[in-house]
Ligand binder design. Structure first.
Ligand code: PLP
Length: 436
């Protein structure tokens, strides 16, 4: 596959943009280096790069593009919003509509506030929890990524892990001391941390279904234990559902049928992003009325945003959720994903490639190892060279994956059986080459 235009553009980008990319997860550093592909058009489940090569896309822009690229309903909503002015700095009726849609789908949220990214949403939930409890520390889980605000970059999965930067420079050690990190799926470790620091823990923060060291389900009872323990020690529970909300069903992980008792795993605060913006920048956070009324202008916790709730992002979000309300949408994504993961597993077996696949409805992760992946240590203990070889083989055959062994594959409403057949042929050829 000729990608000379991408290579040239990368050299040009390196002169002007730090590292040539505007988010480090887009770099190919973890998969052998070189030029990332410069895409020029996305349509449905497909991408075309600047050299004219076509790809089936499973990156879905790290999650938001669940309806495929340039979905006509979303494009129309954005076009109409733009024609009426992109930014008002005043309230609009659209914000009320999307807030109501979120509240109906996620009952733990009495009140919502829109921001511009998942990072902002998470950062603010922590501030609100600290203000409400008048405590300082937070407990998080190793390998969960919660955006790039200072506190949550400690032991922060996904992007930082891929690039070998577990903690970021520029974060004062005094701040890092306010974060306690324990292993995911380990209620005993959480209990021990709360016993030691419980009096000063404002919140326990978790991705209720992990999307940042592969897709990892909580073990039976883990979220129930987490919520019970947090409450016992007077800490709030924050769910980071930036990836998981509207990913597995029309709702959030906290209401996903696969998780037992919804009341027993109800959080105090939830952070949202990605899908709820239909591909435009967005974040949101929400929770119980009592906790949310800490936020200005009602309460003493300050949070603001010039771009927050802008009509284009909100319109795209409403349109995206409308598409997701369609009959059988999630079932079809799951059907295709089962076909795909079954086929990948068969190919891996045929060629003696050790592979663990974690699938949750229409998304999954591939781990080159022969053990289960239920926490961050297990996700790290996988073959990075094999992933890099697989990634490059797939790209060469027209399949676009995230350049990181920790990131998920996301199916969209635009993928079809033809895409799955094409992808399985690429997988078979890739594994055959890797095994030879
Ligand atoms: N939380 C989770 C679970 C995420 O996966 C991410 C981004 O990948 C974020 C927060 C940060 O969101 P954003 O990149 O929109 O700032």
């Amino acid at each position: 596959m000729n990608r000379s235009q991408s290579e040239q553009l990368y050299q040009e980008a390196l002169k002007h943009i730090v590292g040539g990319v505007n988010s480090p997860s887009r770099s190919f550093k973890a998969v052998g280096g070189g030029a990332p592909v410069f895409m020029s058009k996305g349509q449905g489940a497909h991408f075309w790069d600047v050299d004219g090569n076509k790809y089936v896309d499973y990156l879905a822009a790290y999650g938001p593009i669940i309806t495929g690229h340039a979905h006509p309903h979303i494009t129309q909503a954005i076009t109409e919003a733009a024609a009426n002015g992109t930014l008002y700095g005043t309230p609009t009726v659209l914000e009320i509509k999307l807030a109501k849609m979120l509240k109906e789908a996620i009952p733990s949220m009495d009140k919502v506030r829109f921001v511009n990214s998942g990072t902002e949403a998470v950062m603010t939930t922590i501030r609100v929890a600290r203000a409400y409890t008048k405590r300082n520390k937070i407990i998080k889980f190793a390998g969960c990524y919660h955006g790039h605000s200072d506190l949550v970059l400690v032991a922060a999965g996904s992007g930082p892990s891929t690039l070998g930067i577990p903690d970021s420079a520029g974060i004062p050690s005094s701040l890092a001391q306010e974060v306690i990190t324990v292993p995911f799926n380990n209620a005993e470790a959480l209990h021990a941390a709360l016993e030691k620091w419980g009096d000063d823990v404002a919140a326990v923060m978790v991705e209720p279904i992990v999307g940042n060291f592969g897709m990892v389900m909580p073990k039976a009872g883990f979220l129930e234990d987490l919520c019970r323990l947090a409450r016992q020690y007077g800490a709030l529970v924050i769910y980071d559902e930036v990836i998981t909300a509207f990913r597995f069903h029309y709702g959030s992980a906290q209401t996903y049928a696969g998780l037992a008792n919804h009341e027993a795993i109800k959080p105090d605060l939830t952070a949202l992003g990605k899908i709820i913006g239909g591909g435009l920048p967005i974040g949101a956070y929400g929770g119980s009325k009592e906790v949310m009324e800490q936020v200005a202008p009602l309460g003493p916790t300050y949070q603001a945003g010039t771009m927050a709730g802008n009509p284009a992002s909100i319109s795209a979000g409403i349109a995206c959720l409308e598409v997701l309300q369609g009959e059988g949408i999630y079932e079809e994504m799951e059907r295709l994903t089962v076909r795909l993961t079954d086929g990948i597993a068969d190919s891996a077996n045929r060629h003696g490639i050790p592979l663990t696949i974690n699938r949750i409805r229409g998304s999954f992760s591939t781990h080159f190892c022969d053990h289960p992946v239920t926490d961050y240590d297990e996700a790290q203990d996988t073959n990075s060279e094999m992933f890099a070889a697989f990634f490059r083989n797939m790209l060469e055959r027209g399949v676009n994956l995230a350049p990181s062994k920790y990131e998920a594959w996301f199916l969209t409403t635009a993928h079809t059986d033809v895409d799955i057949d094409f992808t399985l042929e690429a997988v078979e050829a890739s594994f055959k080459e890797m095994a030879s």
